[in-house]
Design a protein around this ligand. Structure first.
Ligand SMILES: [Fe+2]
Length: 300
């Protein structure tokens, strides 16, 4: 990981990172070089690629590359002078999420922990492949979960999704069968994924986001169908369950509904009391009143 590299002059390293910025620079002597930012979820570093080692046109934004080079002290910064660089195909989607995309990088650590609990191989592949979709991930990590209610700030959707998945993970493990528990964790993680369309830049408001969950994940669900159709159908069902309980339900879906409401309610309550004095116990926020209890204090 980038944060663990010893960034000292002349230290040789090999590192896998995602290219997040590229600046091609022509020098007065007629040669050219590229200034790159390489990132993973732990941090970022600046790298220089001279045309005699790696050609600047070899790189594109979002490429994941395996880079070898030497750290060089330039002014006050230590930068990586690339000696070789090649496209990396096999990598951990979560490790290579750029920290700069996420308003709170600690959420990426929590995501990694969640995914480590998914042990059914095709289900884990579905999650990792989803996080390899650069366009989707950029939206998922940045859009709000609502416009005026809970998690209504940049990155709110991702925080709400992690909170809901963690609550499902801890409240259902060892109680429900392994397959239902793991599918429910994934469903909670992606239960509002459709909001990248209803609350993102493209802003589509005609359809409920829970149905868009299915459309966005359709290619990966189709792949899951090939190896585990019951699992794929269970996931489809759970992906719409928080907002649609008219049909036959799986009991574990109650845990997803609760996790969704608990995360949303706690965040809304936090916003409601944000500017209120400590003694206040009830506040109106939006169309609801939120209450909180006072800490226990021993009578004098
Ligand atoms: Fe939600």
């Amino acid at each position: 990981m980038i944060a663990n590299l010893e960034m000292v002059h002349n230290n040789g390293v090999q590192v896998t990172g995602r290219v997040t910025t590229i600046e091609n620079i022509d020098t007065q002597s007629g040669s050219s070089y590229a200034k790159l930012t390489l990132e993973d979820r732990s941090g970022k570093l600046l790298a220089f690629a001279w045309s005699d080692s790696c050609h600047p046109s070899d790189f594109c934004i979002n490429d994941v590359v395996k880079a070898t080079g030497l750290f060089q002290q330039l002014s006050y910064k230590c930068v990586l002078k690339l000696q070789s660089c090649e496209q990396e195909i096999y990598y951990s989607a979560i490790d290579l999420l750029p920290a700069s995309l996420c308003s709170d990088p600690s959420l990426l650590v929590r995501l990694e922990h969640l995914i480590s609990q998914i042990t059914i191989p095709p289900l884990k592949k579905l999650v990792e492949d989803t996080f390899k979709d650069n366009v989707l991930v950029k939206e998922f990590l940045s859009v709000p979960a609502s416009f005026r209610h809970h998690h209504s700030y940049e990155g709110g959707l991702f925080r709400h999704s992690i909170e809901a998945a963690e609550t499902v993970a801890t409240s259902t493990v060892g109680i429900y069968p392994r397959n239902e528990h793991q599918v429910a964790v994934v469903a909670a993680l992606f239960h509002d994924l459709g909001k990248i369309w209803t609350h993102g830049k493209s802003f589509r408001s005609l359809l409920d986001h829970s149905y868009l969950n299915l459309e966005i994940l359709a290619p990966r669900l189709a792949e899951l169908d090939m190896v585990w159709r019951p699992g794929a159908d269970m996931l489809r069902h759970m992906l719409v369950c928080p907002h649609d309980n008219r049909h036959d339900s799986l009991v574990i879906e109650e845990a997803i509904r609760y996790a969704d409401r608990a995360s949303a309610g706690l965040d809304a309550r936090q916003m409601a009391f944000a500017n209120e004095p400590a003694f206040k116990t009830c506040v109106k926020f939006g169309d609801r009143r939120y209450c909180r209890s006072q800490e226990y204090k021993r009578a004098a």
